[in-house]
Design a binder for this molecule. Structure first.
Ligand SMILES: NC(=O)c1ccc[n+]([C@@H]2O[C@H](COP(=O)([O-])OP(=O)(O)OC[C@H]3O[C@@H](n4cnc5c(N)ncnc54)[C@H](O)[C@@H]3O)[C@@H](O)[C@H]2O)c1
Length: 130
């Protein structure tokens, strides 16, 4: 069974992706549960689902969290979401959205022979893995 890594897998978009993909894939979630109202949920107890609590704005955290786990696909859906957040806490916004995305790109590059990456989640993921 192939493994799909979903960043932000505890969030609104991520949860739906997890629910869908756990039927055919091993799903690995990386999420720091930092969005308002986000907490561990029933999906994390599914047989094919594993949860790693890490902040993606720290590259060594990502490497530590994932170790040598073989990842086949990556969907990047972790984000500091909502426009007002960028005004209330621009540092956090930048760290997650810019640095976090850069880190996931770096991670993919490091594993480039193995991973198919999708960041523009709403448009591309169906074409890539369904
Ligand atoms: N909700 C929508 O209708 C919608 C529509 C189109 C696009 N999007 C995009 O999809 C993405 C996700 O949106 P959402 O609605 O699922 O948001 P969300 O806040 O529900 O989920 C984001 C998840 O990312 C996690 N996260 C945030 N910062 C993190 C960090 N530094 N490290 C690890 N995890 C972190 C949060 O804990 C949360 O679980 C955003 O880029 C958003 O713009 C959302």
């Amino acid at each position: 069974m192939k493994t799909i890594l979903i960043t932000g897998g505890a969030g609104f978009i991520g949860q739906n992706l997890v629910k869908h993909f756990q039927k055919k894939y091993k799903v690995l979630i990386i999420d720091n549960l930092s969005s308002k109202g986000i907490k561990k949920n029933y999906l994390f107890d599914y047989k094919n689902v594993n949860f790693i609590n890490k902040n993606i704005s720290n590259f060594s955290n990502i490497l530590k969290g994932l170790g040598n786990i073989k990842i086949d696909y990556l969907i990047h859906a972790a984000a500091h979401f909502a426009n007002e957040n960028s005004i209330i806490n621009p540092d956090k916004d930048l760290k997650t959205n810019i640095l976090g995305t850069l880190n996931m790109l770096k991670y993919s590059k490091k594993k480039s022979k193995e991973i198919h990456l999708s960041i523009i989640i709403m448009c591309l993921w169906r074409k890539i893995i369904c």
